[in-house]
Ligand binder design. Sequence first.
Ligand SMILES: NC(=O)c1ccc[n+]([C@@H]2O[C@H](COP(=O)([O-])OP(=O)(O)OC[C@H]3O[C@@H](n4cnc5c(N)ncnc54)[C@H](O)[C@@H]3O)[C@@H](O)[C@H]2O)c1
Length: 248
Amino acid sequence: MLDTGLVGRTVLITGSAQGLGAALVRAFHAEGAYVAALDLDDDGNRALAAGLDPDGERILPVRADLRDLTATEAAYRTVHAWRPVDVLVNNAARPLARSLWEITPEEWDEVFAVNLRAAFFLTRSVAADMRERGYGRIVNLASIAGQTPRPTGAAYGTSKAGLIALSRVFAAELAADGITVNTVAPAMIDTPMVRSVGSEALAGLTAQVPLGRIATPEEVARVAVFLASQETFVTGATYDVNGGALMR
Ligand SMILES: NC(=O)c1ccc[n+]([C@@H]2O[C@H](COP(=O)([O-])OP(=O)(O)OC[C@H]3O[C@@H](n4cnc5c(N)ncnc54)[C@H](O)[C@@H]3O)[C@@H](O)[C@H]2O)c1
């Protein structure tokens, strides 16, 4: 069994209230880590924390809107005052499946504000503190949509391609400080978002996956935990978790 070295480490996860984010909270909590769970959805976040950690010892739910950089920085300071962050997982995203002919400027800006701008500024703040301690693990959740074109992915896919590029820049910049930065690029994960397309559309999408099914959130979370392990020689990498939907 992999010794992740995560016992007693502190992990900040964005977009933690549902879907993959909730699976990430469960996975890191199960590894013995302290988890700061940041989401706009305070009720979902608190319910998750209360279920996993009734005594409130190892999970800190924090509400913040990642579109608001001042509020996000304030939330991060709250987390840092609780415990310095060893691992940052940028998981929150604003999905948008929209024909390029229909995307509005407001939608474009919102997708980029959450998926890329917030990831950049939060990572920079957290990395500044990690540098002082000479240790850090950063994992960014991109998407197959950032690696291969989808007709409805002009904003979402481009933001995820940007996140893959940004991860590599941070990886190169922070390697000398003992900080690794890696990306996970999933395809379809079994989350409410994916289920909402309906069973017929889901069957069509699943048919395009060589492994013949969609991923469980736990399968994707496991890769993030691996990339956040203490002993690692992996940085600047993009891990495809897509059932073979894109082989490169
Ligand atoms: N679900 C998939 O099939 C799939 C596929 C590829 C990549 N991904 C990526 O995996 C990650 C998780 O996906 P998911 O399906 O669990 O997403 P989701 O939409 O189910 O959950 C996203 C979470 O982010 C939070 N969030 C959104 N905007 C926010 C904001 N402005 N401030 C704070 N929190 C905000 C939401 O409240 C929610 O809890 C995302 O980065 C997504 O792009 C998902």
